[in-house]
Write a new protein. Structure first.
Length: 475
């Protein structure tokens, strides 16, 4: 369903989306919900409405001013003495006036332009708030995906430790392995279950953070879908432990736990084949250039500078007088008199010393605005540079870590086989399992960091987003 909020000055439209129980939502869905609900976005929208009204107020100086007044006078006087008398002169009157500004040597025009630039500033502040909101949702969305992947990895780790425990228990019952191996297997299984509980708690907290960035509460359970650069498929981890217990030939190791691995659960579509992400389409120099062109905060500062320049012009023109025309009509019931007048007035009221200091302050405001633009552009340069370097380095790390996951898996499988036939010890097996588990977690964390870095770079460049909103004039 789509709704449009009309304020008389702008239109604000967005698709309304609700989250239902057990529904599956995408990243774009979450962004839409956040943009709809965000009080920050609404505040910027209202500020734009106020600035638009201020433009109308400035323009109203060219419209005539109408004045109407009425009054009643009670006058009762008494004199005493040789010629005493009493006088009663009660009266009422009605007056109307009309004043029209003819010319004030550009002061009103300067004020109108200043308010228009303030309105433009408010518009770009709105756009900047939209970018901030989108970036926050993206970061928290990727955080949920990373937490979900961590849960999957820890589920697999529990399955592996459960399988190890069952196998070592069978070996111990036959006298093949020592009690210390069995105790260590029990401890590792317990630790893996505790770690899984912590991972599930982290996943729930990540969902709460995502809900908070969408400004929604009391949300039912729902799932989110992977993104193109953070794509994974949940494994089923099916291991038949009863089948392991019924094995008669304990000299043969139980089935390999390949179904409990996450070698390719967190990956871009082609990450495990050619180890390349889709290249970022811009060089660093082009990224900085686009940032200078697109950033709404830079445009807002430019508008502020122009507003300060118009304010200085307005102050300087206050030296000039104002030319105005006026007309008036009055009626008084005493003697039934009425009057009508028309005139032209040239007037000026000026405190020269005060105006000099106002002009000096206005010049400093212009210089301050220009300085803020220069400072912002430097900060934007380093912001883009930092995000670009982070993204490129993480992009290079991901395929290397994917290879490491495979290598540690192979090492774990070899250690598992050696332990099964009595050539390896339990410590070697555990070291191999820990290395494999850590490699998977590092892989997931790096994919998360890459997505956050890329979202940060897109925000720093103010690139066009798939989902966004804008204020559009309806005049």
């Amino acid at each position: 369903m789509t709704f449009t909020l009309m304020t008389g000055i702008c239109a604000y439209a967005i698709e309304e989306i609700s989250i239902e129980k057990d529904s599956v939502v995408t990243l774009n869905d979450c962004i839409k919900i956040a943009l709809e609900n965000s009080p920050l976005i609404k505040r910027f929208k209202y500020n734009y409405g106020v600035s638009k009204s201020n433009v109308g107020i400035a323009k109203s100086a060219y419209f005539p001013t109408l004045g109407v007044s009425t009054g009643y006078t009670f006058n009762d006087s008494t004199s005493t003495g040789r010629y005493s008398s009493m006088t009663n002169r009660n009266s009422y009157n009605v007056q109307a006036s009309l004043n029209q500004l003819i010319w004030n040597f550009g002061k009103t025009n300067a004020n109108i332009r200043m308010q228009k630039f303030n309105m433009i500033n408010a518009l770009f502040n709105f756009d900047d708030g939209v970018l901030d909101t989108i970036y926050e949702v993206k970061t928290n969305y990727y955080g949920v995906l990373a937490a979900k992947a961590a849960v999957d990895i820890n589920k697999a780790n529990v399955q592996i430790n459960e399988r190890n425990y069952q196998r070592i228990k069978a070996y111990f019952d036959e006298g093949i392995r020592s009690k210390i191996d069995l105790v260590n297997a029990e401890v590792n299984l317990s630790d893996s279950k505790v770690t899984l509980v912590d991972a599930e708690k982290a996943y729930k907290n990540a969902m709460v953070t995502l809900n908070n960035s969408m400004y929604i509460a009391f949300t039912p359970d729902y799932e989110i879908t992977p993104t193109e650069t953070f794509n994974f498929n949940e494994s089923t981890y099916s291991i038949d432990l009863e089948e392991l217990d019924r094995k008669n030939d304990i000299s043969s190791p139980p089935p390999a736990a390949s179904d409990a691995t996450l070698t390719s659960t967190v990956e871009k579509t082609d990450i495990l084949t050619d180890y390349k992400f889709e290249e970022f389409p811009y060089t660093f120099e082009k990224a900085v250039e686009l940032a200078y062109q697109n950033r709404p905060d830079i445009k807002a500062y430019d508008a502020t500078l122009k507003a300060m320049e118009e304010n200085l012009l307005y102050i300087k023109r206050e030296y000039y007088p104002e030319l105005s025309a006026n007309a008036g009509y009055g009626y008084r019931n005493m003697n039934s008199t009425s009057s009508f007048n028309v005139g032209v007035t040239l007037s000026s009221t000026l405190n020269i010393l005060s105006k000099k200091h106002e002009i000096d302050a206005g010049k400093l405001q212009v210089q301050l605005a220009q300085n803020e633009i220069n400072l912002l552009k430097q900060n934007v340069y380093f912001e883009v540079q930092n995000a670009y370097v982070n993204m490129i380095e993480l992009e290079r790390q991901i395929p290397l870590l994917a290879v490491k996951v495979r290598q540690t898996l192979e090492n774990f499988e070899l250690a598992d086989g050696r332990y099964a036939v009595g050539l390896g010890d339990f410590i070697e097996l555990q070291d191999a399992k820990v290395q494999y588990n850590n490699a998977q977690h590092n892989y997931v964390q790096t994919v998360y960091n890459y997505n956050v870095a890329r979202a940060s770079l897109e925000k720093a460049m103010a690139l066009q987003q798939d989902v966004t909103i804008a204020i559009k004039d309806v005049n």
